[in-house]
Design a protein around this ligand. Structure first.
Ligand SMILES: [Ca+2]
Ligand SMILES: [Ca+2]
Ligand SMILES: [Ca+2]
Length: 174
């Protein structure tokens, strides 16, 4: 083996690491859990550049729900969990489809008219237009005030509390 060939041979592992490996997205590390109090944990994970994080929880590993949080990108991320059930599971749902936290929050992935952040804030699935057995997420009216979720979002109202402006009373002092 001549010197040039030896050099090339010695560099091969480095070339592999610096080649295709460097272009691949960094792998997502696991979450770490720290007990804070009885039934309460902090879930921490290291963010990867360009990734959007949705946080899911379940009591049975069959039915998964989105927690009211969307995180983005590098750095330390944390979410506080609390449960009184015998079993409690969590997982990260991460995706590369958004370029910023603002885009991830305001986007409407499932095209149901509700933004991703509205959906996770109020317990809907941002990846399914009909995520409960009650009907399309956008037309549900959980507070029964006559305004569907799409209208509540458009008017920046709380869909879980009756606040239909049509029935609001105004007290006028003379
Ligand atoms: Ca949506
Ligand atoms: Ca939805
Ligand atoms: Ca409503």
């Amino acid at each position: 083996m001549n010197i040039a060939l030896k050099a090339a041979h010695a560099l091969l592992p480095l070339a592999i690491l610096a080649g295709p490996g460097a272009a691949d997205p960094a792998p997502q590390s696991q979450m770490n859990f720290t007990a804070v109090a009885a039934g309460t944990w902090a879930a921490d994970w290291a963010g990867v550049a360009g990734k959007t994080y949705f946080f899911q929880w379940s009591n049975d590993m069959v039915n998964w729900y989105y927690a009211p949080i969307i995180d983005f990108g590098e750095g330390d991320h944390s979410y506080g969990c609390a449960s009184t059930t015998p079993k409690f599971f969590t997982r990260l749902h991460h995706t590369d489809i958004y370029d910023s936290l603002e885009e991830a929050r305001s986007a409407d992935y499932d095209s149901d008219g509700l933004s991703n952040i509205f959906e996770v804030t109020y317990g809907y699935n941002p990846f399914q237009a009909t995520s409960t057995i009650d009907g399309p997420d956008a037309s549900l009216d959980p507070d029964g005030d006559g305004l569907g979720n799409n209208t509540e979002q458009a008017l920046a109202l709380d869909p879980m509390h009756k606040d239909n402006p049509k029935v609001k009373l105004q007290v006028v002092a003379y």
